[in-house]
Design a protein around this ligand. Structure first.
Ligand SMILES: [Zn+2]
Ligand SMILES: [Zn+2]
Length: 196
C-alpha cells in the first residue's frame, strides 16, 4: 500500500527527508518489550539533517483521545441499537447480517483509537524515569527545531519559516502528490533514546 508523502527540503542545498520516515517504527526497547517512539519532523542543529525528532506523549493528548473514543463509542452504541431495532421489524430473510458500512467504519475507528491510547499510555509510563530531553533520532542531540504541523494550502511548495542550520537556505515542504511504497526499517533505542 502506498502512503502519501511530503518532502521536506531546503532551497539552499539538496538536504531532504520524506515524511514517510515518521512511520519508520522507531521503538524503545525496555527489557525485551518494545514501546513506540513518537516523532515529529524537524531539523537538528548538530547534525543539521532534516529528520524525525523524538516527542514525548502528553497527558492532555491522551485525555483528548480518550474523550474522542468515548464520544465515538456512545455514537456506535446508539446507532447499533437503532440498526438492531430496525432489523427486528423485518422478517428473517430480509434481515442484514453485516453491519452497514458507516457503522463498521465507526467500529474500526473506535478500535483504532483504543489501540493508539493504549500505545501512547504505555510509552508515557515507560518514559516516567527519563532524564534527557527529546532528541534528534539521527545523532542524539537535544538541540533541534520541530517543524510546524503541516496545513495543506493547496500549494505545491510552502516555506516553513525556518532556516537550514547547515547552509542558511529556507526550509520548505513539498506536497506534489508523491506516494511511496517503501517501509523504512525500524530503529531501536534505549529509554534515553540512545541508538541500540
Ligand atoms: Zn540547506
Ligand atoms: Zn541530529
Amino acid at each position: 500500500m502506498s502512503i502519501p508523502t511530503l518532502t521536506y527540503g531546503c532551497t539552499g542545498c539538496d538536504s531532504f527527508c520524506w515524511s514517510l520516515m515518521k512511520h519508520a517504527g522507531f521503538y524503545y526497547l525496555v527489557e525485551e518489550t518494545r514501546f513506540q517512539v513518537y516523532v515529529e519532523m524537524g531539523v537538528c542543529h548538530q547534525c543539521t539533517e532534516i529528520y524525525p525528532i523524538e516527542v514525548f506523549p502528553e497527558v492532555a493528548e491522551i485525555r483528548q483521545l480518550k474523550q474522542t473514543l468515548e464520544t465515538q463509542r456512545a455514537q456506535l452504541f446508539s446507532e447499533k441499537a437503532q440498526h438492531d431495532q430496525a432489523n427486528q421489524s423485518l422478517r428473517w430473510w430480509q434481515r442484514k447480517k453485516d453491519l452497514p458500512y458507516a457503522l463498521s467504519q465507526l467500529n474500526s475507528s473506535c478500535e483504532d483509537i483504543e489501540k493508539r491510547v493504549s500505545n501512547m499510555e504505555q510509552t508515557y509510563n515507560a518514559l516516567s524515569g527519563r532524564i534527557a530531553l527529546p532528541k534528534c533520532l539521527r545523532c542524539g542531540s537535544t538541540e533541534h527545531t520541530l517543524f510546524p504541523s503541516y496545513q495543506n494550502t493547496g500549494n505545491d511548495k510552502d516555506f516553513l519559516g525556518l532556516k537550514h542550520p547547515r547552509c542558511g537556505g529556507e526550509l520548505i515542504v513539498i506536497n506534489d502528490g508523491l506516494r511511496l511504497n517503501v517501509k523504512p526499517a525500524a530503529i531501536g533505542f534505549d529509554i534515553e533514546a540512545n541508538k541500540l
